[in-house]
Structures are given as C-alpha cells and as structure tokens.
Design a protein around this ligand. Structure first.
Ligand code: SAM
Length: 212
C-alpha cells in the first residue's frame, strides 16, 4: 500500500507515543512495554491498522504489535488509536526484513500476514512475506507452538505460499480457499481494509494457519 506521501507523517510517527522508537533496544523485553505476561501477537505489513485495532479491542488479554514500513500508511493506524486508545496495542515503523533484530527467539506467540504485497516478478520472490526467506526470519522469533496466519485474495500468491511451506519446514494446520464461506475458519474473523475491498468485489479470500 503506497499512500501519497503525507507531509509531516515522519515527524508525527517519531513523536507518537503509540509507535515504539528504536525497537531493537526492546529485543527480548517486549513484555515490559505492556507490563504483563500476556501473549504477544504481531501483524507484519499492517497497512492502516483496521485489523489489528479490531483484534486488540476484541482480545484485551492479548498484546498486539503492528509493523508497517511506510510512515504515511502507519499514520492512519496511529489516528485510529488517537480516536480510540487501547492499552494492548503498539506500532513499529520498520521493515520486516529486520524482524530478528527486533524480537528475540520465542518472544512472539502468533504472526499475522494480511494481503501481503504479491511481488509478481520471479526475481522478487524473496521479498514476498510468505516466502521461505521470510518464514526463516519468522521461525527465529516465534515460540515453538506458535502459529502464523495468512490471508489474501491473490490466488497466485496463495499457491506460492503453500508451496513454500515444506521447503521452509512448516506445515499447514488449516487451509481454506473461501474463508468467508468456511464456517469454522471465519469465526471471529476481523476484516482488513483490503479484505473489505476485495471481498465486496466478489473475490474469494484464501487463508492458511501454519506451524512448524
Ligand atoms: N494488511 C493490510 C490490509 O490487509 O489491508 C495492508 C495490505 S497492503 C497490500 C501491504 C502492506 O504491507 C503495505 O502497507 C506495505 O507497506 C506493507 N509491507 C510490505 N512489505 C513490508 C515489509 N517488508 N515490512 C513492513 N511492511 C511491509
């Protein structure tokens, strides 16, 4: 998601109490930020934050961290928090390729990827968030029993993501090619901005839940 550059977005992000600055200093100590021992779930490539804000509101006993690399996009999530503050949600303005510098081994209980950028050219495959290269990074921060959940409306990206599982040493716990008509998997589903847009156009939503 590339929003128009918003003037002053970087300064606003740097000043916001909802955005953790110098995140690498928190590695291994994220529980201290929340002041409790609740599990930590993160969304990588959060966009404007509708999903994670909704999740944090619905699940006060879980701590949430949303990661987004563009300040102009992240600003929208910050504005949602200004409108409705939640104690269990923080944001990071970071590129996920550095995620193992930010979180320690076994620090994270669940990872969400929603409507990740498809990077359609073969030579860019390693930039895709469900690629084996990113799964290896996620493996480095997720608890052994932790899970990763991925939703998309992009069939080619979803098939690629499924093919990446075995070589990366992960396995599917649940898979659907039509989330909104899967009674079991749709329970508690909170829609992202992209999910609302593409499902309203009639696109099926694909989802997997994976573990090591
Ligand atoms: N998850 C939101 C949704 O479903 O509505 C946004 C989807 S948008 C297509 C993908 C978002 O992921 C963009 O905002 C992009 O900037 C962010 N993103 C992509 N690669 C990233 C990375 N390596 N690190 C952090 N954010 C990333």
């Amino acid at each position: 998601m590339r929003l128009r550059n918003i003037t002053g977005a970087e300064d606003k992000i740097a000043e916001s109490g909802y955005v953790v600055q110098e995140a690498t200093n928190r590695k291994g100590k994220w529980k201290e930020l929340f002041g409790n021992n609740n599990p930590i779930h993160i969304e990588v490539g959060m966009g404007k934050g509708q999903f994670i804000h909704g999740m944090a509101k619905a699940n006060p006993d879980v701590n949430y961290i949303g990661m987004e690399r563009y300040s102009s996009v992240l600003l929208r999530a910050v504005q949602k928090m200004e409108a409705e503050e939640l104690p269990n949600l923080y944001f990071l303005c970071e590129d996920a390729k550095n995620i193992t510098d930010i979180f320690a081994k076994d620090e994270i209980d669940r990872i969400y990827l929603n409507f990740s950028d498809p990077w359609p050219k073969d030579r860019h495959a390693k930039r895709r968030l469900p690629s084996r290269q990113f799964l290896e990074r996620f493996d480095g921060i997720l608890k052994p029993e932790g899970t990763l959940e991925f939703k998309t409306d992009n069939r080619a990206l979803f098939e690629f993501a499924l093919e990446e599982l075995m070589p990366a040493g992960w396995k599917a716990q649940a898979v659907t090619f039509d989330l909104h008509h899967n009674e079991e998997m749709v329970k508690g589903n909170i829609m992202t901005e992209y999910e609302e847009k593409f499902s309203s156009m009639g696109n099926p939503i694909y989802k997997y839940i994976i573990m090591r």
